[in-house]
Design a protein around this ligand. Structure first.
Ligand code: ADP
Ligand code: MG
Length: 709
């Protein structure tokens, strides 16, 4: 039994209150007065009216505000600990249920207290009820507000009242000048900046509530337009800046490329040929390529990457390929080395798990230029790795790397005369920047890619290699696990192999590991005549490799895995994929996982085990998975289900995320903003250039850097 943990002594002094407030604001990205002013309401609450409890119950599920006096306040334990408060007005009574509450709330809501409560009031079996209402304690006859109450996005520990006051203060200090001229406003039929902002923070009593709520109100349109304009301006500026930078032209798609194409056991698909040509053209330029190669899982991006590398090598430069996991890097290394080494190319391998001596040897090869192609993990971006003449950087599954990691690799290049350049040199325009190819199997809808990623060209492989059989996907209640196990058994009897993916447990890696081990034990017991393997993130690299090798070789029939197999694993004989607790995975993850099967000629099946009852979003996701295997369609639906805000994840997109514009509904505004950005940047008059700078400063502040990758 583990020893009981001792409480750590409280040694960290608590910071002064003002400081923590500032840092909480900072967490929301609110540094300047203008940031605060542009911190616009998430939604509005209509507290201008009170209805009787009886009326509220008749309104169906819409939100209502009632006022009553507390008649009972108890903590109950069935089915779980909760606070039950009953209030009554002349028309009836309402039960308020709090599943999370503070002990002090029982005092605050003592019998006899008058409260205003607002929430979704339902009439159930036991009468009117509301779960987690917003409420406040009031005196009898307290006046009602006559305007809508804004609700701001708030971090933990920041109250609405505090934000409201901070924003009101900031509004007195900022300079309100409009960054668009009256002529431009008229041409675009836009509301002036100041009146738009003021209206959104303090909507007048007669405002069109629906337009405010669904953000179609002209005041919202102005904000969205401004935001999109800033993005388009900075995107176009980044493009101009990139073209002014120097890269090594890699003009030769020569002997190596030709020999490589000859040795491939297949011919490239039309789509592969097209993207290879696009990349090849970019590599010939003397300014850096920045291209995203999108292709669904299994579409054959690796060959395209290898061909790009061949062009760099043919031109006398080094190429590097970085992958997010050792398993994936290893797979690339084996595959590409098997293609390239017979053609005389020196391929180096560098990951964190290498022994010190091997690492030094690899570094020496890279530094001397002997290694023409380098493949590895993020170990490649360490300071000790220096390239002799790096011409091309390829990043696989680029969305798995942070912005900083990608930048670090791009910044690794050495000057022509052999002296090592520092990051500082690279930033100056005289320095030489490598071409960059990023690859992703998480298809990002084009509109999204164009608005979120700054200056990025996009190539799409929209066709799978021939001979693939479509994957049949089924959602199965986990109560029917036995049938699923029987299916696994049958598949192996047919000479196939299967993946069994363990549930994702985001909160706890330890728990995830435990579940994986349990699932493994369960399958070992249920399938005594089969060989079952287990691979998870905590295994040592060599152990992982051993399991993966056994599975690749067909010596292991069923591979139990955590999501470490999410990317890149390629075992064509595996034709059955079971995903446990599929309801916990996001759509793109499910799609990636499913992409591990359907790689050979056998008909493949993906079984999504779920636990009922399913929530709305989970249901939509599983339905989507059943209906389509097209990654782009899945991405489109994902965008619909989740909205762009969550699509790329905050980490991925940094602060570049759009806050107000919604790409599913505001495409028309994107187009208009793009046109105006074009016009503005073409007009060289100082007044106009100053307006452009002012607009960018207002909307992006110091955050423009995030847009540069
Ligand atoms: P991904 O785009 O998911 O990285 P891979 O590059 O791993 O896909 O390719 C998947 C599989 O398809 C590999 O086994 C690869 O060798 C094969 N492949 C790639 N291109 C073709 C092609 N044109 N014809 C047949 N097979 C191909
Ligand atoms: Mg791949």
């Amino acid at each position: 039994m583990p020893a009981p943990k001792r409480k750590p002594a409280a040694t960290v002094p608590s910071a002064p209150a003002a400081n923590t407030r500032a840092s909480k604001l900072e967490k929301l990205g609110l540094r300047s007065d203008m940031d605060l002013v542009l911190h616009l309401p998430l939604r509005y609450e209509d507290e201008t009216e009170i209805v009787t409890i009886q009326q509220a119950g008749m309104m169906g599920t819409s939100v209502a505000q009632v006022e009553g006096v507390v008649t009972a306040c108890d903590i109950q334990y069935r089915p779980r600990r909760q606070l039950i408060v009953t209030i009554a007005d002349d028309s009836g009574q309402l039960v308020m249920r709090f599943l999370n509450f503070y002990g002090s709330q029982t005092k605050q809501l003592a019998v006899g207290t008058r409260v205003r409560a607002r929430g979704e009031i339902r009439h159930g079996f036991f009468g009117a009820e509301v779960v987690h209402p917003n409420y406040k304690v009031v005196l009898e006859g307290a006046p009602l507000p006559d305007v809508l109450t804004p609700v701001y996005p708030a971090g933990e520990g920041l109250s609405q009242a505090f934000l409201r006051k901070a924003i009101a203060d900031a509004m007195q200090h900022i300079e309100w000048r409009d960054t668009l001229s009256p002529a431009q406003l008229a041409a675009q039929q836009l509301t002036p900046f100041e009146s738009a902002v003021r209206l959104l923070h303090n909507p007048p009593p007669d405002v069109d509530e629906h337009a405010l709520e669904d953000r179609s109100h002209p005041a919202w349109v102005r904000m969205k337009f401004d935001e999109l304009l800033a993005q388009q301006l900075s995107l176009k500026r980044a493009q101009v800046a990139r073209r002014a930078k120097n890269a090594r032209a890699l003009p030769v798609a020569g002997q190596l490329s030709a020999a490589f194409l000859n040795t491939l056991p297949f011919t490239l698909t039309k789509a592969q040929q097209r993207v290879v040509a696009e990349i090849s053209t970019d590599l010939r330029a003397s300014f850096p390529m920045q291209r995203l190669l999108q292709g669904d899982v299994g579409s054959g991006k690796t060959v395209v990457a290898a061909l790009a590398a061949a062009q760099a090598i043919d031109s006398g430069y080094q190429a590097v390929l970085m992958a997010p996991t050792e398993i994936l890097a290893d797979q690339h290394f084996r595959k590409i080395a098997a293609w390239m080494e017979p053609l005389g190319v020196r391929v180096a391998w560098l990951t964190g798990s290498l022994k010190k001596k091997e690492k030094l040897a690899a570094q020496a090869m890279i530094e001397s230029g002997e290694a023409q192609l380098v493949i590895g993990t993020h170990a490649l971006i360490q300071d000790s790795v220096q390239f002799a003449k790096l011409g091309l950087v390829i990043v696989d599954e680029q969305h798995r790397f942070g912005v900083g990691q990608r930048l670090a690799l791009r910044n690794k290049t050495t000057s022509e005369n052999g002296g090592n350049e520092t990051v500082q040199d690279i930033k100056s325009t005289a320095a030489v920047v490598p071409h960059q190819l990023m690859m992703s199997a998480t298809p990002i809808p084009r509109t999204l890619a164009m608005t979120y990623y700054a200056d990025l060209e996009i190539s799409v492989i929209d066709e799978l290699p021939p001979g693939r059989t479509p994957i049949v996907t089924r959602a199965v209640d986990q109560m029917r696990r036995d049938e699923v196990i029987a299916r696994v058994h049958a598949a192996v009897q047919d000479g196939r192999q299967a993946y069994w993916v363990c549930p994702l447990i985001e909160e706890s890696e330890a728990l995830q590991l435990q579940t994986a081990t349990e699932t493994y034990a369960m399958l070992v017991e249920a399938l005594p005549d089969l060989r079952v393997g287990l691979v998870h993130g905590r295994l040592k690299q060599a152990e992982k490799q051993e399991v993966m090798d056994a599975f690749s070789a067909g010596a292991c029939h069923v591979l139990v895995a955590t999501t470490v197999i999410e990317v890149g694993v390629d075992v064509p004989n595996a034709s059955l994929m079971v995903i446990e607790h599929a309801e916990r995975f996001g759509l793109s993850q499910l799609h990636q996982l499913r992409g591990r099967v359907g790689r050979g000629s056998a008909a493949s099946v993906c079984l999504l085990l779920y636990q009922s009852p399913l929530g709305y979003i989970a249901k939509q996701r599983l339905m989507t998975m059943r209906e389509t295997t097209d990654g782009f369609e899945i991405a489109r639906r994902d965008l619909e289900i989740r909205g762009p805000g969550e699509f790329l994840g905050a980490r991925q997109s940094g602060q570049a995320m759009l806050r107000f514009a919604d790409l599913t509904t505001d495409q028309w505004l994107v187009d208009r903003a793009r046109d105006l950005a074009q016009t503005l940047l073409q007009d060289p008059t100082p007044a106009n250039q100053a307006a452009v700078s002012a607009h960018l400063a207002r909307w992006l502040g110091g955050r423009e850097d995030f847009l540069k990758v």
